[in-house]
Ligand binder design. Structure first.
Ligand SMILES: Nc1ncnc2c1ncn2[C@@H]1O[C@H](COP(=O)(O)OP(=O)(O)OP(=O)(O)O)[C@@H](O)[C@H]1O
Length: 304
């Protein structure tokens, strides 16, 4: 199947500085693709190149199987774009702005706009230049989603949103996915991508470090396990198991670190009477902080 978005050997230099260096990736229809990296890694540069807002130094981009120039306004209408910095300066109200943009995109029901505004809790009667940063961001999210685009490109979408609104936004991303829409979402907040993303790419200093399946990453992750038995157990039976480390037995409770699947551990535990079992959910944050731990300190700024 033709990827919805494709980059091949994509590079962008500003003078001697390589903002993006030979990026190749493809995003498939219906997936939520998280694009992660610390500040200055090249996320916005990638997005602007994909949208043909800036030109590459080398390499190429395709959206829906076409070079941006070939696609023209047909392709632009199939995209919902939330820029990292949204310039909302006009005297008009949020609703006026959104109705104008709706016309440009071929028409959107007013009820769709107002229902998105209710979900995100933003007053569209107020002039946009008076809105707080968070409320401007909400208007930006509405304009990206309102025409049900085939591809949503969202640059740091949760910036400035309070936690409740962030949850609502993530629900909107999940619904878009269920609807068959494709989402490319940049972030330096790992946990939000973990909850909605299918795959995640990590970029650092303009270079792609990895592209991974979120589920696979989580399966490979380490997690702490605590099992309480009805009777004492021999720690040696557990420390020899594959993927099991740091076994500690206190009274009838065994705790350990588990790498990978829990199968061998669960089967061995099941030979005893298990009173309770707690297995901590790993998160991507831990995995990535582990990966970043190998890097010089300044590379870690902005990763949380
Ligand atoms: N117009 C420009 N002129 C010169 N350098 C630029 C320009 N735009 C971006 N850069 C540089 O390119 C690098 C990548 O920037 P980019 O904005 O793509 O990073 P980012 O990953 O989006 O970071 P952030 O999370 O801070 O938005 C940075 O070092 C930045 O300073």
């Amino acid at each position: 199947m033709t990827p919805v978005a494709l980059a091949e050997g994509l590079s962008k230099s500003y003078g001697k500085h390589k903002a993006l260096d030979g990026l190749s990736l493809s995003i498939n229809q219906g997936e939520v693709f998280g694009y992660l990296g610390p500040n200055g890694a090249g996320k916005t540069t990638t997005i602007r190149l994909m949208l043909d807002l800036i030109r590459p130094t080398s390499g190429r981009v395709e959206l829906f199987g076409k070079a941006p120039r070939e696609g023209g306004s047909d392709v632009r209408r199939r995209i919902g774009y939330l820029p990292g910095e949204l310039p909302l300066a006009g005297r008009g109200s949020g609703l006026e702005l959104l109705e104008f943009l709706a016309k440009v995109r071929g028409g959107v029901e007013k009820a769709t706009i107002t229902s998105l505004a209710e979900r995100l809790n933003v007053d569209l009667k107020r002039p946009v230049h008076n809105l707080s940063k968070g409320n401007k961001q909400k208007v930006g999210i509405i304009q990206a989603f309102m025409h049900t685009p085939d591809l949503l490109i969202l640059d740091e979408p949760t910036t400035g949103l309070d936690p409740l609104v962030q949850q609502e936004f993530l629900a909107m991303v999940r619904e878009a996915k269920q609807n068959g829409q494709t989402v490319l979402m940049s972030s330096h907040i790992l946990s939000e991508v973990q909850h909605v993303g299918d795959r995640v790419a990590i970029i650092r200093s303009g270079k792609l470090i990895s592209v991974s399946d979120v589920d696979t990453l989580l399966q490979q992750a380490q997690r702490r396990v605590e099992i309480r038995f009805a009777d004492p157990v021999d720690p040696r039976h557990f420390s020899a198991l594959p993927g099991v480390r740091d076994v500690n037995v206190q009274a009838n409770t065994l705790s350990c670190t588990l790498d990978g699947t829990a199968d061998a551990l669960v089967k061995t535990a099941a030979q005893h009477t298990v009173v309770s079992l707690v297995c901590e959910e790993p998160d991507l944050e831990e995995i990535f902080l582990h990966a970043y731990a190998q890097e010089p300190k300044e590379e870690m700024h902005g990763v949380r």
